[in-house]
Design a protein around this ligand. Structure first.
Ligand code: NAX
Length: 326
């Protein structure tokens, strides 16, 4: 029935997919008053594992979960979907060039974009988690000409949440006391976690931490956190990525009020970022729509940092254009 929202999760038998599905079934996106249907998409080789995930979801008896189904065809998996969590991707394997990686992912995100175009609900909202997330989102959007491009976004929220965690720890504050933090650019080591506007309990963050800590410790720690987790935990980020993807979607749908969050969204030309590139920006969300925070002062340092990351995004876009993927 129409009061049940369909959430399609790709890569549902993978690590992040597994961590995401249970919280989505428990109401992490739409809240406690909306029933959800989970459509789990996997490749045929992982279909059986996905069926096992569906069994466990059933076994959890989530009151909000109306049904769970598994698919190996994106066309059926996105039927009626209001939310697409695009997690499954082709990882970079040893010796793989970036062009090969982009091409392999083009084979995944192109058909998924087309399936969304043809089958998803009118209110479809997509977040791409699978890397390279920003450019994969661009590929999907280009294959969905009938869906407004702004419905295709990339996950920057894990980077955002990592920054909040570092800053709260350093200053002995609560994450909730931190306002106006943002991560700009690409979800990669070139990203720019920006403290210039940040307030902690109303005090500028840069009055509480040194410029040196900000530039030499904070920025590289946040930007390289994924690699650090792999080294220390012995595996890549999973539950934190799932949690952040759910935060992204919940806030987009339910709103943030005045609070800033970071989302990878198609540039409207703001801050000199070429139009259409899917770039991390500070945004606020109201009535199911996000708005890039306008008119921020950008220091020469901030402009330089953003430029580096935007150039990387531009190169990725050129590479997928050259490969005929968009
Ligand atoms: P896993 O390898 O555990 O799971 C990926 C799953 O996707 C596998 O089960 C695979 O069968 C499935 N899959 C592959 N192609 C598919 C297709 N065409 N349709 C449906 N399913 C498909 O990886 P996991 O640890 O879950 O990570 C998933 C992705 O998230 C990776 O690309 C990873 O790089 C990316 N990440 C992105 C982050 C972000 O902040 N944007 C952070 C965490 C993570 O590194």
């Amino acid at each position: 029935t129409s009061d049940v929202k369909t959430i399609t999760i790709t890569g549902a038998a993978g690590q992040i997919g597994y961590a995401t599905a249970f919280r989505a079934a428990a109401g992490a996106i739409y809240g406690a008053n909306t029933r959800v249907r989970l459509n789990l998409l996997e490749i045929p080789e992982a279909a059986q594992a996905a069926a096992g995930v569906a069994m466990e979801l059933t076994d959890s008896a989530f009151p909000l979960l109306s049904e769970v189904n598994t698919f190996d065809d994106p066309n059926t998996a996105f039927e009626g979907a209001s939310v697409g969590l695009l997690i499954g991707a082709r990882p970079r394997t040893k010796g793989m060039e970036r062009a090969d990686l982009l091409a392999a992912n083009g084979q995944i995100f192109g058909p998924q974009g087309a399936a969304i175009n043809d089958h998803a609900a009118d209110d479809i909202r997509v977040v791409v988690v699978g890397n390279p997330a920003n450019t994969n989102a661009l590929i999907a959007a280009k294959h969905a000409p009938d869906v407004p491009a702004e419905r295709f976004t990339a996950l920057m929220r894990l980077d955002h949440n990592r920054g909040l965690g570092q800053l709260a720890t350093k200053t002995g504050s609560a994450v909730n006391d931190i306002e106006k933090f943002a991560v700009w650019g690409n979800h990669s080591a070139s990203q720019f976690p920006d403290l210039a506007h940040t307030l902690i309990g109303g005090t500028p963050a840069l009055e509480l931490v040194s410029e040196d800590w900000y530039r030499e410790t904070f920025i590289p720690t946040v930007a390289n956190r994924g690699a650090e987790i792999i080294q220390i935990r012995g595996g890549s980020s999973v539950a934190s990525a799932a949690s952040s993807a759910l935060d992204h979607m919940r806030d987009w749908i339910n709103g943030t009020g005045e609070r800033w969050v970071s989302m990878g969204v198609p540039s409207d030309g703001s801050y000199g970022v070429p139009e259409g590139l899917i770039c991390g920006f500070p945004v606020t969300c109201t009535n199911g729509e996000y708005t890039i925070v306008p008119d921020l002062d950008m220091s020469p340092f901030a402009c330089d940092r953003l430029d580096v990351s935007v150039n990387e995004l531009r190169e990725e876009r050129e590479a997928v254009r050259d490969a005929g993927l968009i």
